[in-house]
Design a protein around this ligand. Sequence first.
Ligand SMILES: Cc1cc2nc3c(=O)[nH]c(=O)nc-3n(C[C@H](O)[C@H](O)[C@H](O)COP(=O)(O)O)c2cc1C
Length: 359
Amino acid sequence: MTLGLTTAGESHGPALVAIVTGLPAGLVLDRTAIDADLRRRQEGYGRSPRQRIETDQVEVLAGLRHGRTLGTPLALVVPNRDHANWTWGMSPWPPEGEPGGKGTKPVTLPRPGHADLAGVLKYELDDVRDALERASARHTAAFVAAGAVAKALLAAISVSVSGIVLEIGGSADWPAAIDAARAERDTLGGVVEVRATGAPPGLGSYASKEDRLDGRLAAALMGIQAVKGVEIGDGFALARVRGSEAHDEIRPGLRRDTNRAGGIEAGISNGEEIVVRAAMKPLPTLMRPLASVDLATGEPAEALVERSDVAAVEALAVVAEAAVAWELARAAREKFGGDALGDFAAAHRAYVERIAWTR
Ligand SMILES: Cc1cc2nc3c(=O)[nH]c(=O)nc-3n(C[C@H](O)[C@H](O)[C@H](O)COP(=O)(O)O)c2cc1C
């Protein structure tokens, strides 16, 4: 038994879609909790005016009845309100009538750092928009909706997950850093941290590399747009200290005084708090565009300027939280199984009693 997730949707298309499989029956979902996470993803200092157009709200098309999961595929939809401005340009079918609204002209000015150039080459496209629409981080909204479902499942076994920003543009005083970057029509990246408390020892495995929880968390975080580095626990800092300062000694009661491993040893959760960090690069759409080449002429040109955030690190904290929750929920489904939520929770309870682990 495992969780599955498929997402679909373009940035300015009609909607974003997430299909979640492998949920037990009987999980109570709270629409306001899912919408609250969607709203958190949209907030943050330095986001573009797009966030004022979109007020994301989830709709459920399948897998739920009267607020409880049925144990069948759960279909979540987050409509793109901005699609109203792109009905011709992003029409799924050949558009009818005169061109109108946004996205009517082909984009030929690829932005360095984006999907634009590699995407058109790979998929044989003549319009950069055909690449950038799906590569856009807008679709993290679908992922955040699925992450909220994962958090509801984890709550049944008393695991909670939360993401925060550590720094933006190298500074802990990020509004000032963002204001300065905005004034110079530039962008910033930053670092986020996600912590999960209550995870029992034994999620993930050393049996095969695909099973390792650290590898799965790293892949989930690196799977988010603009994430260029991931640390588990003390991560890179461990490379610079001796073994005597790098590990977490085991005390009577199986307690640790330190948590340098970030709650994972040999690819398995060890019962300590799970701590991961992700580094985000500065956003690649600049209002003072970088050098590029016009793909229609081959001549030097400035890259596309499209409405964009100055920084989205606060949003990343929410998306990274969803990614960690998703991977932990998936590992918990593998360990505890169960077709009904009660079976899943009972298997967890029996296991915790067996290992006499309390926290
Ligand atoms: C929540 C979030 C919001 C983002 N917003 C923007 C944005 O407004 N403008 C932009 O150029 N890139 C934005 N990005 C980053 C791009 O989507 C990303 O850099 C691009 O797709 C290329 O992928 P890569 O950076 O992983 O190589 C955002 C990323 C995240 C996670």
